[in-house]
Design a protein around this ligand. Sequence first.
Ligand SMILES: Nc1ncnc2c1ncn2[C@@H]1O[C@H](COP(=O)(O)OP(=O)(O)O)[C@@H](O)[C@H]1O
Ligand SMILES: [Mg+2]
Length: 457
Amino acid sequence: MSTPSPMEISLQNPQDTVIPDQNGFIAVDSAPSPSLPQDKVLVSVEVSLKPSSTARIDDVRSAVERMLEKRSLSYTDGPVPVPPDDQFLTENVQRICICDTDEWVQNHEILLFWQVKPVVHVFQLSEEGACEDVSGDGQPSTFNEWILPAKEFDGMWESLIYESGLKQRLLRYAASALLFTEKGVNPFLVSWNRIVLLHGPPGTGKTSLCKALAQKLSIRFNSRYPQCQLIEVNAHSLFSKWFSESGKLVAKLFQKIQEMVEEENNLVFVLIDEVESLAAARKAALSGSEPSDSIRVVNALLTQLDKLKSAPNVIILTTSNITAAIDIAFVDRADIKAYVGPPTLQARYEILRSCLQELIRTGILSNFEDCESLMLPNYGSLKEKLNMPEVQDARTLHMCKQLLETAEACEGLSGRSLRKLPFLGHAALASPYGCDPSKFLSTMIDTARRERSELPD
Ligand SMILES: Nc1ncnc2c1ncn2[C@@H]1O[C@H](COP(=O)(O)OP(=O)(O)O)[C@@H](O)[C@H]1O
Ligand SMILES: [Mg+2]
């Protein structure tokens, strides 16, 4: 690996100094320029506060920074234990987690503490849950709303596994868009927008990825935007049988969003899932097969979205299950477009590994004493393990081979099907209690083959 360069885009305060690196990535550092040695890697450290904590974010951030300085640890993704002798941190902090180092630690390289400048993000999860718009008259709700970062989405980003770089790319695009806005870049000179489109087959995690991205950005940008909301527009319900009401519902919804956006410390994410349904509804209305009311509703929605996209503190997240071009103006102008496909072999292995590890953690899979502490190697270190069978624990090695075989058998299955497979496999077992991981994996291979044979061509 050549000299690492800062990749993380982090915005701490509007007066900050911008230091673009040779790759064009922009890092924002609160110290005066040029304080950041060229070869330091910015690594995000996310600090989740306990629900009961009332400590000031700044105090916790400084305490964590001091703690990291003291420890000469290498940086790899994952939790950092809260030092038990640090009373302030143990009282207030739930979890400290190092994020996004994987781009730097390919080929077994290790990021050592002196190569790293940690960027600490402190946040408290909102426990409120989704707040539905209840109209009380039996109509389906037109939107769900969350205060971010929400407890519900905790861990979602980490659980989504794609070929390397997809999530990072999305995060960096969105972060650049927010930064350009923040710095007041003249849109007539440099054009960009804040519309994200994820497209690909169903079940590949697009909706989840939108929500997880919003959650991530709310954490990474919380110094600039202390309040974040996610509004998920339920496009289907807008075309309910109460068409006469739909126009009013759209107006009400966007009035609410507009109010949120006017508060400049608010960052608002608007998620329109399966946007193709809007295009389809409009087309059907034009051809006369749908009530003409629906065209007014779709048009009203699109006009409102078009208006909204000029607000600096809004990110519009959209998904589509079709890969063909979508005939909706605001989407075809999306800068941040990503194809989300079915998981690769490596992703399948990792998804299944995380499932298995969860079944081991919960004791559903167990038959030997130290089963609980069994850690299956990740895909990266799998090859090495398979090449040196003599130094491995035979049982773990056998399980790895079976897991790889299962992952191979799952080609073509979506991430959603993969996450269901362990459940189906378990249900197919004759004796469901405390079952043997290896026996379980054999059943999984059969289940995978069956699921795959049922796929449409
Ligand atoms: N690449 C993936 N990695 C991990 N889990 C995945 C992946 N793709 C899909 N899933 C699982 O499938 C579930 C459903 O995905 P969803 O976001 O509804 O997909 P989509 O919107 O593309 O139809 C996710 O919550 C996740 O558990
Ligand atoms: Mg979806």
